[in-house]
Each structure stands twice: as C-alpha cells, then as structure tokens.
Design a protein around this ligand. Structure first.
Ligand SMILES: Nc1nc2c(ncn2[C@@H]2O[C@H](COP(=O)(O)O[C@H]3[C@@H](O)[C@H](n4cnc5c(=O)[nH]c(N)nc54)O[C@@H]3COP(=O)(O)O)[C@@H](O)[C@H]2O)c(=O)[nH]1
Length: 791
C-alpha cells in the first residue's frame, strides 16, 4: 500500500462509519476497520458483498446486513469514483441497527396494542393531561353505546348515566388533582340505550422525565354481575324471609345450609345441623320403607313431595308438607338436594277441628247424625262378621219444651248439655251417644248379650233422666224420656232402617204415656218387660229369703243305694208360687245375680248336709251347680272354703257340678280354679256332658271326678239307637279316664236297665224321685235306705 494510501487508511480507520471501496463487480477493494467490524468479516478485501452497491441515487438507503451474529441495519450511501484507474464505488455504511430494532419493537408493540385493544373484554380509553379523550377501543363503544368519534375530547361525558354523572366528575376531578388512580362503579347510558354498569379504572401516564402524558383507563362491563348480584340478593332475601323451612344438602345428603324459618320450625341452629343428615329430625313414625321409597322417587324423578312427620329439637312431633328437589352441576351430576317444607301442624289441627265440627253437635259435643250413621254402619259390619247383636235406642225427652218455654232457650241448652253428660257417664265407653237435634238423642249399644239387655239399659236411662235437674238459673226441673228400641239383626240389617224402626218405636212409647221404652216388635217389648219384672222381683225375693233348695236323690246303679243328691234351687214367692230355675236362672246369669244365688245355695246345702250328718243320716255327697259367671267372676275357692268351714260340712261330701261351656270359656283360668278346688278335697263333676264340644284330650286337662251324661241322651232310650250308642261311648270313655259316670233324667226302668248293662255308676231321675224339699228328702232317705231294684 503506497504511503498516501497508508495515511488515508489511518484516517479512515478513525471514522465510526464503515467505508468500503468496491469495483463495479462488487469485489471489495478497500474496507476500513469500522466496515470490517460492522460486516463481521476479517479478510473482506477481494471478496464480493451481497449489498446493492449502486442505488443510482446519492440519497441514503437503509439496507439489511446479513452477519454471522445476525441481522444488522445500515444506512448506505454510495458514490462512483475511480480507484487506481479502475471504476469503483465508495460506500459509506452508517450502523442504524439499534434505531431499526427500536422502530420494529415499536411497530410490534403498536400492533400488539391494537390487537389487545381489539380483543380486550374491557373498554380502553386514553386521555390527555386534561382528561380529554384521545383514544377509545371498540369495546368501550360497545359498552357505552357512543361511537369513538363522539367520545373523543369531552364527548364521552354524554355517555355517563345522568344520575351518576356528578359523582363520576367528582371522582375524576379528584384523580386529576391528586393524580391517584381512578376506580369507580357507575353506569353508562347513551341516548336511551341500554344501561351498562361498569367498573371504571384509570391511571396517570408519565414520560421518562416524569412529565404527565395523560391517563389510560379501562371500563369493565359488570352489568351481568350486578344483575346476578341483585338476583342473589333477592334469592337470599327470599331464602331468609320465606316462612317455609329450607335445607340445602350436599350430594351425600349432609346439611350445608338452613334458613331462619328452618331454625324457627325445628329448633335446631345452623351449627347444630351442619354436616348432619335430615335423619336428625326423624320422628320414628314412618317405617324404613317410607324413606326408601321417597329417595327412590327423588332419584328417579328428581323431585318428591308429600306429608311427613318430623321431630323438633324439643321432641315434639309435627307434620310437614315437604318438597325435595335435586340440583345438578353442568356435568349433570347431583350436587345438592334442596328441601323446602311448611309446618302444617296448625293446618292439620284446623282440619281436625273442621272434621270434628262436621261430625259433632256444637252444643253438647256429642257425635252428630253423620258420625252416628257411620259408626252404626261400621258396627253392623262388625256384628255381621262376629254374629253379634246390637241395639239402636232412640230417645226423645219428655217435657223438654216446658223447660224451654218456662226458663228460656239458654236454660234449655244448659239442660241438653247436662243430659249429654249424664248419658255419657251412664253408658259404657263402647256405646255411642249422639244428639240428632232438638231434644232427640240416639244411642248405639254394641255386643248386646241379650235382646232384653237393651231394655235394661233403657230403664237405666229413664231412671237417670227422671232424677232432678238443677239448671244454671237455679231452678230445679224434672223431665222424662221416651225410648224406642230397634235390634240388629232382629228388626233390620241396615243402618237407615234401624234408625227408622227405633224412631217408630219411640213414638209408640210416647203414645203409651211417655217415660217408657218400646221395642220395634211387641213380642220383644213384652218379653223384656217380663224379664225385667222377674229381675226386680227376684232381687226382692232374695232379700226376703224366698229361695229354697230341693234335693234330687242320686243312686248307685249296681246296689240301688242312695249315694247323694243334687241340690237344685227353687224360688217360692209370698203367694206360694214355686218358680222353676229355668225361668229365673238365665236372668240371674245375665244380671250377675247368679253369684249371690249360687253362693247362697252352696252355703245352704253345706248347712243342710251337716245338719243331716249331725242327725245321724248316712253320709251323702251333695252336688251343687256352679254357673260359669260364678266360676269366673267370683272367688269360688274362697266361697267354698268358708262355706265348708262355717258349716263344718266335710269337703269330700261336697260335689261341684260345672258345665262344659263354663270350663271352655277361659280354659287356663278354669284349670287353675279347678285345681285349687280339688286341693280343698271337694269332688268335681262335669255337667250336661255331650252337649258341648268336649273331647277326651280336653277332659284330661281338668281334675274331674265325675262325668254327668246329659238328660237329652237318656230321654229316648231305648228307642233311639244313636243316643244309646253315644251314652255307651260316654260311659266307656269315662272309665278310660278313671272317672265315675252319672246319668240324669232317668225316668224308666228300661233306661235304668240299659245304664246298668253298660256299667254306668250312678243315676238320678224321676224314676226314683223328683227334686224334694229338704224335709221330704230326709223322709225319702229314711224310707228308702236302699233300693231292692237290682239287688
Ligand atoms: N247355677 C245353678 N243352676 C241351677 C241351680 N239349681 C238348678 N239349676 C239349673 O237349672 C236348670 C233347671 O233345673 P231344674 O228345673 O231343677 O231341673 C233339674 C231337675 O229337676 C231335672 N230332672 C232331674 N231328673 C229328671 C227327670 O227324670 N225328668 C225331667 N224331666 N227332669 C229331670 O233336671 C235338672 C237337673 O239338671 P242338671 O243341673 O243339669 O243336673 C238346670 O240346668 C239346673 O242345673 C243352682 O242352684 N245353681
């Protein structure tokens, strides 16, 4: 390199721009240090360059340089000139890489901003230092309703909802004055367009020198959130203020939330329920199957509604009308169950109240006609199934009108209430008393033992009504009652007809002079009156000591010896009439008088027996009848024990005759009583054998000594082969059981001969003697110490 070039090179190497000399083919002829550095090539002279060496214009041109370390930018100027006599170009390369990169970054950032501003879900605005809008994005327009050109400057103010404008200005002013961030909720509405709630945020923007450039802000549309908030507030208000209890559970039915009404109804606090299941309130009134079915329905139909009994915290059980619904998540899975319920205890109570009012007489609170008819129908159905009798008694008060007319309706009402109370107190709990209206009452008697029993109750009612009545006015009055009686099934089998017949009978009673009863049929009225009269007279007769004991001899068939007698009661009236037991024993059994009579007969027989023993008569066994009522409703053992003790009659000389039906009524109790009696030493006989359903096995259960063949089997011997076979069988059976056998009602020698042939042990009957008064029986024994018949 010549000196001049050397010096030029030294100079050019001090320049920061790259200097190149290239020939017209682009081969580098010279490069200064700055060019070598810029192009990042060491041995560049002699090489070609991939740059436009001649632009044809002296104007600078930005070119892109490809370097090992990457792209670079240079501003290139090229000037043609002659280098060592050869045409060439002098090229100056000014490194503008940093500026270019900044420009590109700015372009990218601008593009990015535009994209973000376009896609952003928020409205974006930019203002100058005075708050005048310089830019808004599309979303800002969507929210505000105002186009960008109108919003610029102060135009945006028009888009603020009128009511919020003053407040927004205030807050914006504060932001500009204090240069603190703006953050406010307000509304946009432009020209009656839709209202949009927004959260507006803005912050000041500064340059590198901390000079205020303006403000950049966003508006976020929160209209939906506000709407949801409002709906949630409404739902929360409904949840908390509704009178229905609400319970929300998770998918595992664990309680998550309850409302105030729930707490008030159940008594459980929120904390006491959380995490528990609704089983907390189970009443125990529903079987397990009820809940299984309920949940099956919820799972199938996603809903269940029904009435359910639950238990409050204080233990009270109450009815609820409950709806349970499922709540599902977006995946369709159940995430909650919601139970809404109303406490319907008051509703139920008023329903019951209405039900009560519909079926009861408000004055007396007695059942009314409607309820009576339904109970009567029910009783008829039951009586039909159980083959029972029942009676309807129609009652009409006598002289009630006089009380009303004389003392006023209030006194009349007072009397009716008292009548209702007295009727109720006199009747059994199973009987139904109802008021039909006015002074008419009707009574239903169930499980009537005997048709005449109704008459007895009617008489009791009449007596009760005839007692004095003290009105609230202070007056004492007397009334009567006429009663008509109709019987099921004798008079009718339908409810309506029974009422009608009882009504007819009641009018007949009224026509017959009032204060009396009448059956629907004359025959029954007559029979009932007769029985009632007998009952009345029997009571008197007992008091007046009119009962007698007759003795019918019992003989040993093989020897003809008198071995004892059956004691049989008789009732001898003052007039000397001898009333047979068949006429009064059934009535005595019905009324319970039988116990009185039976106990008397027992004691009298023991007394007489002892007297005969003391008088030197042969030892005889005296048999006394015991009725089923006596067996079950009195302390028979004690009565027997005291009778024996008080009279001194030996127990082994006493025999008690019990009927099959009496033993079969209450088997277990009967066995115990008989065992106790047997332990006393008395003999026990089963009376009327063959008329009931006794079996061999059954007889074995009782400690019986003697079996008495019923008269009905003896009557037709020797004509009735069947009866003879039965009698023979009974005798054989008794022998198997090691029991003695006695036949009753023996009236003929043929009957006796048959019994003797069949080895029957004893007999009694008119063939030898009718039942005799004690003195005659004594004579009989003395005259007939033994019978020569079979000897
Ligand atoms: N609980 C009580 N029941 C008693 C008592 N006294 C009697 N009765 C029962 O009354 C029914 C009728 O008794 P009665 O009219 O005394 O008749 C008895 C005999 O007189 C009668 N009899 C005896 N032999 C003959 C006969 O040859 N012919 C005939 N036509 N009648 C005859 O049988 C009756 C005895 O019956 P039973 O007791 O089954 O041995 C009767 O059921 C008595 O039981 C009493 O004090 N308490």
């Amino acid at each position: 390199m010549p000196d001049s070039l050397e010096r030029l090179n030294l100079i050019l190497n001090t320049i920061t721009d790259g200097i190149l000399v290239v020939d017209i083919l682009g081969i580098v002829l010279y490069a200064n240090q700055a060019a070598i550095k810029l192009l990042e090539r060491k041995a560049i002279v002699g090489q070609t360059l991939a740059i436009p060496i001649s632009t044809g214009s002296p104007e600078p041109q930005d070119i892109n340089l490809i370097r090992p370390s990457g792209f670079a930018w240079a501003e290139m100027r090229s000037v043609p000139f002659e280098w060592e006599y050869t045409p060439a170009y002098a090229i100056v390369l000014h490194d503008i890489t940093a500026r270019k990169q900044a420009e590109i970054a700015l372009q990218h950032s601008e593009a990015l901003f535009q994209t973000l501003a376009r896609l952003a879900p928020v409205g974006i605005f930019k203002t100058d230092t005075h708050g005048k809008f310089e830019y808004v994005n599309q979303r800002w327009y969507d929210i505000s309703g105002m186009s960008a050109d109108l919003a610029l400057g102060d135009g945006w103010v028009e888009a603020i909802f009128a009511d919020d404008r003053a407040r927004v200005f205030q807050e914006w002013d504060r932001t500009t004055q204090t240069q603190t961030p703006f953050n406010s909720q307000y509304r946009f509405q432009y020209k009656n367009g839709p209202v949009h709630w927004v959260i507006g945020r803005a912050t000041a923007e500064y340059d590198q020198n901390h000079e205020l450039l303006g403000y950049i802000g966003t508006i976020t549309d929160i209209t939906d959130i506000k709407r949801n908030e409002a709906q949630l507030r409404q739902a929360a208000a409904v949840f908390e203020t509704t009178r229905e209890g609400v319970m929300i559970t998770d998918a595992n039915r664990r309680i998550q939330r309850v409302n105030r009404a729930f707490i008030e109804i159940t008594g459980y606090s929120q904390a006491e329920c959380l995490g528990k299941t609704a089983a907390l309130m189970r009443s125990g009134r529903h079987p397990r199957e009820f809940y299984v079915e309920m949940w099956a329905q919820i799972n199938l139909y996603e809903h269940w509604q029904g009435e359910i009994w639950n238990r409050r915290k204080n233990g009270e059980i109450y009815p609820e009308l409950l709806s349970i619904s499922t709540v599902k998540n977006q995946a369709g899975e159940i995430c909650n169950y919601v139970g809404v319920f109303a406490d319907i205890s008051k509703l139920k109570a008023s329903e019951q109240e209405l039900e009560y009012l519909a079926h009861h007489d408000p004055l007396t609170t007695l059942p009314n006609r409607m309820l009576f008819m339904s109970r009567l129908q029910h009783s008829i159905d039951q009586a039909q199934r159980q083959n029972c009798q029942l009676a309807v008694l129609m009652l009409d008060l006598d002289r009630f009108k006089d009380v009303n007319d004389s003392f006023g309706h209030l006194a009349g009402d007072d009397l009716l209430q008292m009548v209702a109370r007295r009727l109720n107190s006199r009747l059994r709990a199973s009987d139904t008393v109802c008021r039909l209206g006015g002074d008419e009452f009707v009574v239903l008697l169930e499980e009537l033992p005997h048709p005449e029993s109704a008459a007895r109750i009617a008489l009791d009612i009449i007596a009760t009504m005839n007692e004095a009545w003290c009105l609230s006015t202070g007056n004492e009055v007397r009334i009567g009652v006429s009663i008509g009686i109709a019987l099921f099934p004798d008079h009718s089998t339908t409810a309506a007809e029974l009422i009608q017949h009882a009504d007819t009978a009641m009018y007949q009673a009224k026509n017959e002079g009032r204060n009396c009863f009448k059956y629907f049929s004359e025959r029954l009225t007559h029979a009932a009156r007769e029985r009632i009269e007998i009952e009345y007279r029997l009571r008197l007769g007992i008091e007046k000591n009119q009962l007698r004991v007759y003795y019918q001899p019992q003989l040993e068939i093989a020897t003809g010896k008198i071995i004892g007698a059956e004691a049989l009661v008789r009732w001898q009236t003052d007039q000397g009439e001898l009333i047979p037991p068949v006429r009064f024993i059934p009535i005595a059994e019905e009324t319970g008088l039988i116990t009185l009579i039976g106990n008397w007969v027992l004691k009298e027989t023991c007394r007489q027996g002892k007297q005969w023993l003391d008088a030197g008569l042969p030892a005889l066994r005296l048999a006394v009848n015991v009725s089923s009522h006596q067996l079950m409703h009195s302390d028979l053992c004690e009565v027997v024990r005291t009778s024996l003790a008080e009279t001194g009659f030996p127990a082994h000389s006493l025999e008690l005759e019990l009927t099959e039906s009496a033993l079969m009524k209450r088997e277990k109790e009967a066995i115990e009583i008989l065992n106790n009696l047997h332990a006393l030493g008395v003999h026990l006989a089963i009376d009327d054998f063959g008329t009931g359903y006794s079996s061999l096995a059954y007889l074995k259960l009782f400690p019986l000594d003697i079996l008495k063949i019923d008269k009905s089997f003896i009557d037709d011997i020797p004509m009735a082969i069947d009866d003879m076979e039965i009698t023979a069988t009974i005798i054989a059976m008794a022998k198997t059981l090691r029991m003695k056998v006695i036949a009753e009602g023996v009236e003929t020698a043929e009957q006796l001969a048959f019994l003797a042939e069949r080895k029957c042990d004893f007999y009694q009957g008119y063939y030898t003697s009718k039942p005799l008064p004690a003195n005659e029986f004594e004579d009989f024994i003395k005259q007939h110490p033994s019978s020569p018949l079979l000897s």
